[in-house]
Design a protein around this ligand. Structure first.
Ligand code: HEC
Length: 166
């Protein structure tokens, strides 16, 4: 379904740059834009922050989704809690596919459990948003807290959301 669609698209786009596709080597810099969605040199989703602090729609959306779905365990602003790791730093080492895989499938380690969200549309339809938001915080491109200004919601985000949320 949608996850396959997203991953499939990203995989097609990534074919040209296999040498760069290693965890930790991903630069955050946006080199292309498609209707308000930004991509780095590896064609992976990334954030955009303007000089006045305005963030792209997806980063803002990720902030909201994170605080609705992940905050309860992972702490505010991706900073971690006594129960679960700080995702703002996790995404600096996890690449896009590793992140999506963990969110979709979850895992257990000892007594702690990361739930699988693969069938939760409120999460999976916004998994790119979560990733770019957390990378924006983790890289220090945006401060903690709700971004004060954001770009308008792109037409393609509205269309994708309608399709994904079904
Ligand atoms: C019910 C609590 C809970 C919720 C809700 C939750 N997580 Fe987790 N998550 C965990 C725990 C606990 C771990 C760590 C498991 C371990 O390694 O011990 C984890 C681990 C992770 C990891 C791996 C981190 C790393 O450093 O390797 C990612 C990525 C992740 N979660 C993403 C998310 C996202 C995104 C959301 C929101 C959509 C979310 N989680 C919601 C409990 C939760």
């Amino acid at each position: 379904m949608t996850l396959a669609k997203i991953a499939g698209l990203a995989a097609c786009l990534a074919v040209g740059a296999p040498a760069l596709a290693t965890a930790g080597a991903t630069p955050h810099e946006a080199v292309t834009e498609e209707d308000g969605k930004f991509f780095n040199a590896e064609e992976m989703p990334t954030f955009m922050v303007l000089e006045d602090g305005t963030v792209d729609w997806y980063t803002f959306s990720g902030f909201r989704r994170y605080h609705a779905e992940c905050h309860v365990c992972h702490g505010p602003d991706g900073q971690g809690s006594s129960y679960a790791p700080g995702l703002a730093s996790s995404v600096m080492r996890l690449d896009y596919f590793e992140f999506v895989g963990i969110v979709a499938s979850g895992y257990e380690k000892g007594n702690s459990v990361m739930p699988a969200f693969g069938t939760n549309r409120n999460v999976m339809c916004y998994v790119d948003d979560l990733y770019v938001y957390l990378r924006a915080v983790g890289s220090g491109a945006i401060p903690r807290g709700r971004p004060a200004n954001r770009m308008d919601k792109p037409e393609s985000a509205i269309a994708f959301e309608n399709d994904c949320m079904g």
